[in-house]
Design a protein around this ligand. Structure first.
Ligand code: GLY
Length: 376
């Protein structure tokens, strides 16, 4: 039996499809279907709370807690919210079976794992980040040191590695056998110009995403944000980024305002999925700004998702004019209310929550019903 939320979503999807056929996504803003779907995504309101992308609910082999469980335990023992979320995502960074983050992350096109991460600490309004960092499995810890032990916000590449070494981080080969085998498959079958565009591709609808060669990239990532019982907020995003990327490619995760944003007066937002879309739309910053202007976390995430869909360039659209990639936004407000929006439905359109009701996953609101062609 479909519940009210499902029915609202169906209405929304039908309305969305009609609007796309009519060539306008922005026109959706005033439709009843949209409002109903967005209203259904208003949730929560207790503190402390931790939210994360879905992989924050996994308990890796041999670990007693998931990311959201670990972060909540630290919040409840009076720990700082940034220490809580970093300790949480460290579990995922250390997990070789999560191929989107830290150890075992899928590598760049040369077979080298390059990691990105950012952190934001609401009470001090400070931020730190690293990008294209090689050989260090916990970039989130290095990002925090950039925040606390330098006058900078972002350090990249060789400089980030030297900075990590100076702080005693151990270097290791982050490419696991599984990730190496996946990379080799990609090299052997799909490596021709996945990211390198011809001059014509700019104007061709779907030529990159659904053209002769299907994308074999994945995005992954973990974002985790928390509000403690006093209403102090922090967030972290950490990732191995787009698999098989051009070496040195930096996604949204380490860019403050794109893959993460925290404002201690308002709330926090973060993202997983196609980083380029967030970079072009300052998505996390925009979600927080929309919450500041009165939107619920769910409403803010959905409004930004629609804006991204509307502004997607032709080559990244599939046959029906919809974005051929996936993206998820997660947000939590200072009062502990939370929400999420996904570009597409599907088994991965979920996010993790830990609050007074315990640790669980919940469905994201979504913009389009999956037809299996989008790249996740
Ligand atoms: N959102 C992760 C990335 O695009 O790098």
């Amino acid at each position: 039996m479909p519940d009210r939320t499902d029915l609202n979503r169906r209405t929304f999807i039908q309305t969305t499809a009609a609007a796309i056929a009519g060539g306008s996504l922005l026109a959706l803003d005033s439709t009843p279907g949209t409002q109903a779907a967005v209203a259904a995504s208003h949730r929560g309101g207790s503190r402390p709370i931790v939210i994360s992308s879905m992989n924050g609910h996994n308990r890796p082999k041999g670990r007693p807690a998931s990311c959201i469980e670990e972060a909540m335990a630290i919040l409840k023992s009076g720990g700082d919210p940034l220490d809580a979320v970093i300790a949480g995502v460290n579990i995922v960074e250390d997990d070789p079976d999560d191929t989107s983050v830290g150890l075992g992350g899928l590598p760049n096109e040369d077979g080298v794992v390059e990691l990105d991460s950012s952190v934001m600490h609401g009470p001090t309004r400070k931020a730190g980040a690293v990008a294209a960092l090689r050989g260090i499995r916990n970039p989130s810890k290095v990002a925090k040191l950039v925040m606390t032990r330098t006058d900078h916000v972002l350090i990249v590449g060789e400089g980030a590695l030297r900075f990590a070494r100076a702080h005693g981080f151990k270097e290791e080969d982050l490419l696991t056998e599984e990730s190496r085998r996946e990379w080799l498959k990609w090299r052997e079958s799909h490596s021709d110009n996945d990211d390198w565009l011809s001059p014509e591709s700019d104007t061709q609808t779907g030529s990159h995403a659904v053209g002769r060669r299907r994308w074999r990239h994945t995005y992954g990532t973990i974002n985790c944000c928390a509000v403690n019982s006093n209403g102090d907020i922090a967030g972290v995003t950490t990732t191995s980024g787009l698999s098989y990327k051009i070496p040195g490619r930096v996604g949204d995760s380490p860019i403050i305002g794109a893959g993460l944003y925290v404002d201690n007066d308002v709330g926090a937002a973060g993202s997983t999925g196609r980083g380029e879309a967030n970079l072009q739309n300052c998505s996390s910053f925009l979600v927080v700004e929309l919450m500041r202007s009165g939107k619920s976390p769910g409403e803010a995430c959905m409004e930004v998702m629609k804006r991204i869909a509307d502004r997607t360039e032709p080559r990244l659209r599939g046959k029906q004019g919809r974005p051929a990639f996936n993206l998820r936004l997660y947000a939590v407000a200072k009062d502990g209310s939370y929400g999420s929006a996904s570009m597409w439905s599907g088994p991965r359109a979920q996010f993790a929550v830990n609050d007074e009701k315990g640790a669980r996953v919940e469905p994201c609101a979504f913009l389009f019903e999956s037809d299996g062609t989008e790249v996740d």
